[in-house]
Design a protein around this ligand. Structure first.
Ligand code: THU
Length: 135
């Protein structure tokens, strides 16, 4: 069970990294914060490209940062998103990001979708991506 203080810390980190979003095409900014079982937090934001499919989502940026630092065990992921200068809204992860999370996390892994530190909902990856493809 994830602690309230960890939920708040993850949401804060996701909100902070969202400000770094490079999203000149969609103007939709996303921030993701991924916590390891040892309590470290890795963040990622969406990075778009003039060649649209080259862009990467915030969640996969966060997983890339963590995995590149040798991490494999994760306790939770928080996601925030909004159009530029707009309020945060619940930003559900896209299919590719769900598949990425499922690669590294068990089905009870919590994904926190947040509008603020107080307003959030938690879904498990098993709920968001049931009957996951695996080799
Ligand atoms: N985006 C994410 O970063 N994560 C998601 O799960 C959904 C979409 C980004 C990709 C693109 O830069 C922008 O949001 C609009 O689709």
């Amino acid at each position: 069970m994830i602690k309230d203080s960890d939920i708040k810390a993850l949401i804060q980190s996701a909100i902070a990294v969202k400000e770094k979003s490079y999203s000149p095409y969609s103007h939709f900014q996303v921030g993701a914060a991924l916590m390891t079982n040892s309590g470290k937090v890795y963040t990622g934001t969406n990075i778009e490209n003039a060649s649209y499919p080259v862009g990467i989502c915030a969640e996969r940026s966060a997983f890339a940062a963590a995995i590149s630092n040798g991490e494999r065990d994760f306790s939770a992921l928080a996601i925030v998103g909004s159009s530029e200068n707009k309020e945060l809204r619940f930003c559900t992860p896209c299919g590719m990001c769900r598949q990425t999370a499922a690669e590294f996390c068990s089905s009870d892994f919590p994904i926190i979708l947040a509008k603020s530190e107080e307003e959030y909902e938690i879904h498990t990856i098993g709920e968001l991506l049931p009957v996951t493809f695996r080799l």
